[in-house]
Design a protein around this ligand. Structure first.
Ligand code: UDP
Ligand code: MG
Length: 312
């Protein structure tokens, strides 16, 4: 019998946990109907929830001490940290990452398991085909995938979820990346191996509500680009070079005009506009530089990605 570790990050999810557990149990019971093959091993990560999540997890562990385990963080460290903690502590033969709100349908697990055990893939990922999103969000999301695709070496499939099933050696490879700033979509792509993607229609949350605001999503996207590409730095250098070049041509024209025609310099407004433009470009490029320096600063502190308060 092979064990499947299910890593489930939970942040204020008191309404979803039991429902999630029951649904997954049903799926496994059905899968093991003919032959007992797979044993789920739940690893819930309580990401510093302020509701009853911790208590519910404790009770669930007491009820099923063999198969339900949890890690509680000392505060909210974010889903990336929760996933990292899960991947480091999972012991199963295969490891799956799932959301607790049932937006990652457990019914797909049998198919994913079938693929990973019979075909030469080390990871089976999931791509959402349709999702009711407001148009601005959908547009920003599509632009993000386009930008990261053209700027970075790693390829990230549009609309890929964190929902994935992985082999041991794949998880081991992911765990070897110990960076503090984690952008897991990029990490999963960076480690390589063969990944198969399953498509499924998006669905609403079973209970509770999403934790992501639009601003957070935009910040997350910028992090992703900065973590996996130095292209913004190159673009900044390029833009700086071009504006230097244009400025030099401008100066030559002005000098020749003054020498040959004795023109007094006219056009203060345009001059001021150009100065503002160049000042703006400089500040923008400094901002990009600052972003990378900030990353280096955080990385050199070598702080842990999370602090565990309780583990069972
Ligand atoms: N989550 C987490 N820490 C956070 C935010 C979210 O562990 O700081 C978990 C959350 O409990 C859920 C999953 O990450 O299991 C996905 O979160 P959510 O459903 O809010 O995101 P969405 O599905 O809307 O992208
Ligand atoms: Mg969700």
């Amino acid at each position: 019998m092979e064990t499947i570790s299910l890593i489930v990050p939970c942040y204020n999810e008191q309404a979803s946990i039991q429902l999630f557990y029951d649904t997954v149990e049903k799926v496994f019971a059905q899968m093991n109907q003919s032959t007992a093959q797979y044993q789920p091993d739940y690893l819930f990560i309580n990401d510093g929830s302020s509701d009853d999540t911790a208590k519910i997890l404790r009770d669930l562990h007491q009820e099923h001490p063999e198969t339900v385990h949890f890690i509680s963080f000392s505060r909210n460290f974010g889903k990336e940290a929760a996933m990292a903690a899960g991947l480091r502590n999972a012991t199963g033969d295969y490891v799956a990452l799932m959301d607790v709100d049932l937006q990652d349908p457990p019914e797909l697990l049998p198919k994913m398991l079938h693929i990973i055990t019979t075909e030469p893939y080390d990871c089976v990922g999931c791509v959402q085909t349709s999702r009711k999103q407001n148009p601005i969000r959908a547009f920003l999301s599509a632009s993000f995938y386009k930008v990261i695709d053209s700027l970075s070496d790693v390829k990230i499939k549009p609309n890929v979820r964190d929902y994935r099933l992985m082999t041991r050696r794949y998880v081991k490879a992911v765990n070897e990346l110990t960076e503090y700033n984690r952008f897991s979509k990029g990490i999963f792509s960076w480690v390589g191996f063969q990944t198969k993607y399953l498509k499924y229609p998006g669905r609403p949350r079973a209970a509770g509500e999403t934790h992501w605001s639009m601003v957070q999503l935009i910040e997350y996207s910028i992090e992703g680009i900065v973590d996996f590409s130095d292209a913004p730095l190159r673009i900044a250098t390029f833009v700086g070079g071009i504006s230097c070049f244009l400025a030099m041509i401008g100066i030559i024209i002005v000098v020749i005009r003054a020498l040959c025609f004795g023109d007094a310099v006219a056009g203060w407004p345009s001059l001021v506009s150009i100065m503002l433009l160049i000042g703006g470009i400089q500040l923008f490029c400094l901002g990009i530089l600052g972003k990378y320096i900030g990353k280096i600063y955080l990385e050199t502190k070598r702080r842990p990605q999370y602090i565990i308060e309780e583990q069972a």
